[in-house]
Every structure is written in C-alpha cells, then in structure tokens.
Design a protein around this ligand. Structure first.
Ligand code: SAM
Length: 241
C-alpha cells in the first residue's frame, strides 16, 4: 500500500496549522448562508446523489447512535434520520449548523474532529462528508473517530478524490474557471472557493486514503468512486473486540 507523508500533503511548512485552522473557520462562517445554494451551483446538484449514496451505505438502523461529523447544514444527517435512532450533527461552525436549522431539528454539537466531544465506544456509525479535508490534523481526527466508534462500528467518509484521466481537461477547466466565478457571484466569497480548489488538489487520492485509514487501525477498508472518481466514499470498520 502506497504511504503518504501527511505533513507534506497538507503543506505544514507552507501554512502554520493554527493559521490554517483560523482560515478554515473564517471560510465556513462566511459561506454558511449560501453554502447549500453554492453546492448545487458548483456540482449541478450532483452532490445530492453522492450524499444519498453515502446515507444509503451507512444503512442507519433502529437504536443506533450515528454521528455526522463536519455535518454543517445537515444534508447527510437529515437523510439518515428516522424514528428510534439518534443522529447527531457535529461541527465546530455554529454558523453552518444554524444555517441548517431551518430544515431540521436534529441535535447539533459544537466540536472539532480532532477533539471529539463524545465518549469512547459510543457510536455505531460516523459519517463525514467533505469534512476530513478541512481538518488540520487529519490523522488525529481519524484516531478520534476510531476512539468514539463502538467495536464493529463503521466510518463512512465522502471526499473529493482523483478523477479518471479522460475527465481531467473538463475537471480542471471547471475548477479553475467556473468555481472561482461561482464563488464570487453566488457565495460572494471568491477566496473561500480558491481555498476549496487548493484543498481538493492536495488531498490524498483513493489508494493513499485507504492506506491512511488502515494505518489508523480500521479494517475492511474499501472505497467506491462516485462520478468517475471526482469524489469517493471510503469505508472502514473498527475491529470487533
Ligand atoms: C464542506 S463543509 C461539509 C458540510 C456537510 N458535511 C456537507 O457535506 O454538506 C465542511 C464542514 O467541515 C467543518 N469543519 C471545519 N473544520 C473542522 C474540524 N476541524 N473538525 C470538524 N469539522 C470541521 C466546517 O465547519 C464545515 O461545516
């Protein structure tokens, strides 16, 4: 399995982690009111299909405790909610969680992925969509998710990944020409969407992410590409005791 140097991947030398953390917080507090609209505009609505697939694979069941980490405005948590189960949205951005509260009444917990405010072995499932890329210490956040999951519990992580080669010209054109313009017109935050593109480009590809999850201790680590690898759903299990 190909290993990846996370410090290099996330450019530890380029941006101080505490500065990066502040930048990420600012980005999400600014984009929160227009976040959902911008997602539809950028992805032509396709993010909804990816999220539905993630929620379906999570296979929520009665009596389960499910955490949607980096849950933001609640798209995934809403899809997983239902009677007789506990679904929590966990996110450090109050603004993002507030923006979603017009659409749901699910419990929201202000917490970072790197220091989760949940007890050991307390969750059956943790989902995280387009969130792990924003964590300044991704390995620590994955270790925290591992800690919080019950033995046999699963993490399902939807994240941008490396698309198939034939798609690259269109993908690059969309990333460098369309998204920054949409960021300016729709979200009114062009810098926020420049950050988005940079963070996607730096993120580990499918196989690298699989190795990182295995290194954390997860077993049966698999992935499923969506939209030809533009995004990918990574799944891992905390070993049963
Ligand atoms: C791109 S949004 C994704 C929101 C939602 N999961 C979705 O797919 O629509 C990223 C989210 O990650 C959150 N976030 C940023 N840094 C984080 C951290 N260190 N730990 C947990 N969440 C974080 C942001 O506040 C934001 O809500």
């Amino acid at each position: 399995m190909k290993k990846v140097d996370l410090d290099q991947t996330f450019g530890k030398q380029e941006v101080d982690p505490s500065e990066r953390k502040k930048l990420i917080r600012r980005v999400f507090s600014k984009v929160a009111p227009r976040y959902d609209l911008m997602n539809d505009a950028m992805s032509f609505g396709i993010h909804r299909l990816w999220k539905s697939k993630l929620a379906k694979l999570a296979n929520p069941q009665a009596k389960q405790v499910i955490i949607d980490l980096a849950g933001g405005t609640g798209d995934i948590a809403i899809k997983m909610s239902g009677e007789n189960r506990s679904v929590f949205i966990a996110d450090p951005s109050i603004e993002m969680m507030q923006a979603g509260q017009q659409r749901h009444a699910l419990p929201c917990i202000a917490t970072t992925g790197e220091q989760l405010s949940f007890a050991d072995n307390s969750a059956d499932t943790i989902t995280i969509a387009f969130g792990v890329r924003n964590m300044t210490q991704m390995t620590q956040a994955l270790a925290e998710m591992y800690r919080v999951l019950k033995p046999g519990g699963r993490i399902l992580c939807l994240e941008f990944s490396k698309p198939q080669k034939w798609l690259k010209p269109f993908y690059d054109w969309h990333s460098y020409h369309i998204i920054p313009r949409l960021g300016a017109w729709v979200a009114r935050q062009p810098e926020a969407y420049t950050y988005l593109i940079e963070s996607i480009r730096r993120f580990p590809d499918q196989k690298e992410m699989q190795g990182i999850m295995q290194d954390t201790g997860f077993v049966d680590v698999t992935y499923q590409n969506v939209s030809f690898g533009i995004a990918c759903i990574h799944i891992g299990t905390k070993p049963a005791e």
